[in-house]
Design a protein around this ligand. Structure first.
Ligand code: ATP
Ligand code: MG
Ligand code: FE
Length: 339
């Protein structure tokens, strides 16, 4: 099964050709980060316009790199949501047009299912499994009892982890996206500025990061008021330790409570060195199999959409051509229905 997959939910225009949902024949990513940096974050209208400019080229390059012609494809997959509506529309319109012109089925795909199934590109998944989703817009613990069946057992009540990283980085004086800067500073730090951990109710798998973010802002402002230079590295280290401790504890507890066979990590924050090393050593100690995709499959890419689309396709087949881009697309409802 050869799937051409298109991803335009945010600020990456990406097209991939994926075989059987696991073998990546091409994965072209055109990033708009440089364009948005000047604004300190992604500007939705600018994102849509950039997608329109490059989408055809990226599609052609994905086919050429894979050495595949349209007639060899089994289906065209596209991110249907969630994401920025204008950005999603560009991919959805392109995918529908191609599906119609080439006479191929369309597979509307959930963006977070894509992030989760990025793990299928690097390992054989065993169910039941637990996924810790840590991206720019999501922080979730997702349980899969069976293939393609998603149940969100925990989610953030305010900021997503990536968002908190970006806001903290901005307060410390670093450009968008700030996650990698905070990660590097945390590694270089010699002191740790103590910051609170937010656990919520004892049995909850939910997360909250806005209080921690405010605590960081307070520390920064207090030093400035005293005419001191804030210890940015120490703050970054304290912030990261707080975030990582809570994420790791809740993920491990979730794995145990659901007797999951594997723990999967996904989303842009999966690139975080502190989170990776803490999860690796903790999972080793607990005897839990941990899967982490390489960074290129952690941030937005179309290969992961091809992987998730394959799973959906195997169970439910294609999506009607009159489907629409859905900025609030529900992961649980996208679960496969035919078993
Ligand atoms: P969503 O999938 O929820 O819509 P997104 O796709 O925009 O969000 P990703 O591309 O998965 O988000 O991740 C981007 C986020 O990852 C940014 O917030 C960025 O700061 C963060 N990030 C990237 N590298 C690191 C790192 N090393 N440490 C911490 N955060 C990081
Ligand atoms: Mg992005
Ligand atoms: Fe994403």
């Amino acid at each position: 099964v050869l799937i051409l997959a298109i991803e335009t939910s945010c600020d990456e225009t990406s097209v991939a050709v994926v075989k059987n949902g696991s073998e990546v024949l091409s994965n072209i990513i055109s990033s708009q980060i440089e364009t948005h940096r000047a604004f300190g974050g992604v500007v939705p209208e600018v994102a849509s316009r950039k997608h329109v400019e490059v989408i055809t080229l990226v599609i052609e390059e994905a086919l050429a790199t894979a050495g595949v012609t349209p007639d060899q494809l089994s289906a065209v997959a596209v991110t249907q949501g969630p994401g920025l509506v204008g950005a999603l529309l560009v991919g959805v319109v392109a995918a529908k047009s191609l599906a119609l012109a080439w006479g191929k089925p369309l597979i509307g795909t959930h963006h977070i299912a894509g992030h989760i199934y990025a793990n299928r590109l690097v390992a054989e998944l065993q169910y039941p499994c637990m996924t810790l989703v840590v991206s720019g817009g999501h922080t979730e613990l997702v349980h899969m009892e069976r293939e393609g069946e998603f149940r969100i057992i925990g989610r953030t009540r305010d900021d997503a982890v990536g968002e908190a990283y970006d806001k903290v980085a901005r307060a410390l004086g670093f450009p968008y996206p700030g996650g990698p800067h905070v990660d590097r500073l945390a590694r270089e730090a010699t002191e740790v500025v103590p910051l609170p951990r937010v656990w919520l109710e004892p049995d909850s798998y939910d997360f909250s990061f806005s209080g921690l973010k405010s605590a960081v802002l307070n520390v920064v402002n207090q030093s400035k008021m005293k005419g001191l230079t804030p210890d940015v590295a120490g703050i970054a280290r304290g912030f990261q330790e707080s975030v990582v401790e809570v994420l790791v504890e809740k993920a491990i507890r979730a794995v145990k409570a659901t007797s999951s066979k594997q723990l999967l990590l996904c989303g842009g924050v999966a690139a975080n060195a502190g989170l990776r090393s803490a999860l690796i050593s903790r999972c080793e100690a607990e005897g839990i199999e941990l899967i982490i995709p390489p960074p290129v499959y952690c941030t937005d890419n179309a290969a992961m959409i091809g992987a998730a689309a394959y799973v959906k396709w195997q169970h439910d087949g294609g999506t009607p051509l009159d489907m629409v881009a859905d900025p609030g697309f529900s992961l649980e409802q996208w679960s496969v229905s035919a078993y």
